[in-house]
Every structure is written in structure tokens, then in C-alpha cells.
Design a protein around this ligand. Structure first.
Ligand code: SF4
Ligand code: FES
Length: 243
């Protein structure tokens, strides 16, 4: 902040990895100089490029407030949400590199095909399954609810899965986000199909592919302990579920 009520502004160089499937055989990097305020986020910079310099720049975003999970991208080599990455927290004496998340098919610029990611998510049956028919609420103690609280916070941004070296080399691996979704129901005291999900994740492309590199936990914009959730699912696959 400069003078009272005046927000500092400066020029930030963004270097964006571009790809147009209609004209390019390979992606390439393109520089943009953008006038930014210290209160801006990387998403604001991308908007300024799109609105003022090159309308063809393509990226996904919706809520702009860290809730919808649609703007995960690699910023200076790290998976982050563009809408939660403040310019003032980056070293703007150097250019800011922005590219699409890795390991999913590149469609255009910062947009990837999310279908393989959502296919793995669907496969773990991420919904409550119970034969109980309570007349009112389906009650749960505070402790039972806390058991899976962390994994309820997932916004399906794919930052974890696409930061995982196993996923980069083996696109068949379910990936951290699908295991987080399974964890959320496996440890829910109201659910009756934990074993079905554990059998799915006990398969060749399931939890045992995880090499505990912790990239996923570091990437998660919701602060979910992703690696811990994966190890809890591994333990449940061996010893059964302890809720
Ligand atoms: S666990 Fe975190 S990083 Fe992974 S999809 Fe969910 S919110 Fe995104
Ligand atoms: S735009 Fe919704 S999480 Fe960033």
C-alpha cells in the first residue's frame, strides 16, 4: 500500500504456455506485460490479458473465490488456483510462468480435458449408500462426523492428482482426488459400501501405486491432508475400516 488509500501498481510479466489445436503442432510460451495492483491475483492478470491484449487466451474459471475448483493451473511450476494466488506473494522481479496442469490431455492454452479425472472419481462411487430409512435425520455423533471431516472439503480442482509423478507416468492410476472422495464415504458411519470402494482401490491402479511423495498434500488449495487420507485408505484395505 502506498499513500493512504492508494494501492501500488506495477508491471508484471506473465509467460503463458499457449496451445491452439487448430494451428499449433506444439505448445509455445508467450510473454505479456500487464499493469497489476498488489491486491490482484494471478486470475486478474489472466483476465487483463484476455480482455485487453489477446481475447483468444483460453482458461477456465467460475467463482473466482476458491470454491468451484475450475482454475487449477501450474504457476511458477506449482499447482495452484489462479484465483487464490496473490501477486504480492510471488517474486515479480521475475516473470510469472503460467501453464496448464500436467498429466491430462491438453485441449487449448490452460484448458485440459478433465474427463479422465472425473472418470476415476465416478468409479469410486462417491455418494452415500445405505439401506437405512430413518424417519428424520440420519444421526451421527460429533466424533463420527469428524472422522471424515477433512476429506469433505475437496472441491475437485485436480491440483493434487496432476501434481503426482505416478499419475504423470501412469494415467490409469486413480490418483489422489479419487482416493480422497472414496475416503470421505469409506469413513462415514452411515455408509454401508465401504468394502466395495476398498476392493476397487485395492486393485492394480489403486492406492498401492501411491509412493507417498506428498506432492498432493502440498498442492491442495483446501489444505486437505491428502497423503494421510490415502494412507488411511491403505490401512483400511489391510485391516478393515475403523470408524
Ligand atoms: S483433494 Fe485438494 S487438491 Fe485434490 S481435488 Fe480435492 S481440493 Fe483439489
Ligand atoms: S475460479 Fe473457482 S476456484 Fe478459482
Amino acid at each position: 500500500m502506498g499513500e493512504l488509500g492508494v494501492v501500488d501498481s506495477f508491471t508484471v510479466t506473465f509467460i503463458v504456455r499457449r496451445f491452439n489445436p487448430e494451428t499449433d503442432s506444439e505448445p509455445h510460451w508467450q510473454d505479456f506485460d500487464v499493469e497489476m495492483y498488489s491486491t490482484d491475483r494471478v486470475l486478474d492478470g489472466l483476465h487483463k490479458i484476455k480482455w485487453d491484449q489477446d481475447g483468444s487466451l483460453s482458461f477456465r474459471r467460475s467463482c473466482a473465490h476458491g470454491i468451484c475448483g475450475s482454475d487449477a493451473m501450474r504457476i511458477n511450476g506449482r499447482n495452484r488456483l489462479a484465483c487464490k494466488t496473490l501477486i504480492k506473494d510471488l517474486d515479480i522481479s521475475k516473470p510469472v510462468y503460467v501453464e496448464a496442469i500436467k498429466g491430462l490431455p491438453l485441449e487449448k492454452d490452460l484448458i485440459v480435458d478433465m474427463e479422465p479425472f472425473f472418470a476415476a472419481y465416478r468409479e469410486v462411487q462417491p455418494f452415500l449408500q445405505t439401506s437405512a430409512k430413518p424417519k428424520k435425520e440420519h444421526l451421527q455423533s460429533v466424533e463420527q462426523r469428524e472422522r471424515f471431516d477433512d476429506t469433505t472439503k475437496c472441491i475437485l480442482c485436480a491440483a493434487c492428482t496432476t501434481s503426482c509423478p505416478v499419475f504423470w507416468t501412469d494415467g490409469q492410476y486413480f490418483g489422489p482426488a479419487a482416493i480422497v472422495a472414496a475416503h470421505r464415504f469409506i469413513f462415514d458411519s452411515r455408509d454401508e459400501e465401504a468394502q466395495v470402494r476398498l476392493d476397487i482401490l485395492n486393485s492394480k491402479e489403486g492406492v498401492w501405486r501411491c509412493r507417498t511423495t506428498f506432492n498432493c498434500s502440498e498442492a491442495c488449495p483446501r489444505g486437505i491432508e491428502v497423503t494421510k487420507a490415502i494412507s488411511e485408505v491403505k490401512q483400511a484395505a489391510i485391516r478393515g475400516v475403523r470408524r
